[in-house]
Design a protein around this ligand. Sequence first.
Ligand SMILES: *Cc1c(COP(=O)(O)O)cnc(C)c1O
Length: 456
Amino acid sequence: MKDIPYKIYLTEQEIPTSWYNMRADMKNKPAPLLHPGTLKPLTFEDMQPIFCDELIRQELDNDTQFIPIPEEVQSFYKMYRPSPLVHAVFLEKALGTPAHIFYKFEGNNTSGSHKLNSAIAQAYYAKKQGLKGVTTETGAGQWGTALSMACSYFGLDLKVFMVKVSYEQKPFRREVMRTYGASVTPSPSMDTAIGRKINEEHPGTTGSLGCAISEAVEVATSTPGYRYELGSVLNQVLLHQSIIGLETKTACDKYGIKPDIIIGCAGGGSNLGGLISPFMGEKLRGEADYRIIAVEPASCPSFTRGKYVYDFADTGKVCPMAKMYTLGNGFIPSANHAGGLRYHGMSSVLSQLYADGYMEAISVEQTSVFAAAEQFARVEGILPAPESSHAIRAAIDEALKCKETGEEKTIIFGLTGTGYFDLKAYEAYNDGTMTDYIPTDEDLAKGFATIPELNL
Ligand SMILES: *Cc1c(COP(=O)(O)O)cnc(C)c1O
């Protein structure tokens, strides 16, 4: 692999002009979202009060392989794309592995993560529909930051419900959002019926993503000219994130790189779904084979220990139900510094692919993730996000296996973001106070008990 530059940048002309819809190539389509009242598959009309029209069409479209990226979105992408595919030569050397390691770096924008790829698309469709604004939730803050950038670009109002513990412990992202013009409310709040109810039932609660989603949806559906937008899990989000994988594939083809293993961290599944999409497409069509590995925290193990059933997407049970690997809508993960990986469920698309054996999943413990982050930062220079570091952990472990067997495998992983706003987590790791909490079967049983019985 001598002729491969350290950083592979595509030209502006090589940025994809269409998103790829993996669902078009799936024989077993992901299960449809269900109406929480009627338990029937959600129709376009059911979703209209919640989501923007064009985004609903994308959500429901299981057949169109390529969907053109609107020109305004393409030109915004040019501000921070193409993102580099980096040949991790310094990491390879430090590990003494014969493996070839590459990472697709999505942290090169102010929001510090891949979430901007979908945020700008979602803001565009809201603007095009003539809306005044949108609402959303944010956990660690990356999605809220990305959407605040996108909304300010298109002149839309944005109301963010931020999980209370992050609101208090991560004031910096909150201020980035406010700088881009968003209003930020700690969740659960007293501004919504569901927030007041959750506060009453769980006094002193520091919130969860599930609660914040319920609040954001309530405000969107009760305020004229507003809709709700979500940064992960949904089919439309995976569609927009396919830009990551399409660029990666183009770079691989240009330099004759053929990955054996593709690795991504999995929270709601959007970066992983995006990164693998064209490779999974080949796999689904029987044209090529790749090992695909989802990496999740041991403290929130949706794929590895969850159930593949219909569950509510949110704690307040106002959202549609999705069939997915879930720990139960009432599952509240223990304190974990990878905020973006704390969601109880998983993308329906990835859930179906996992159930059908097209991909693997592993879970890793927090301190080992930070050990990998530190090792990576010291040789590759980039301070990785805790979420991304789950993928680094798995990539290093696979490279070390190659060292034992002498195999020259090619590994690609997604480096979804940077960790500058996560220094409290690094502090805990450096001080040796970071803990590894793995939920017991009893802990999980409490979450499973909140899954509705449907027998579907
Ligand atoms: C949100 C986030 C994730 C996890 O979300 P997915 O939808 O699973 O991709 C991973 N990395 C970073 C940096 C994030 O901000």
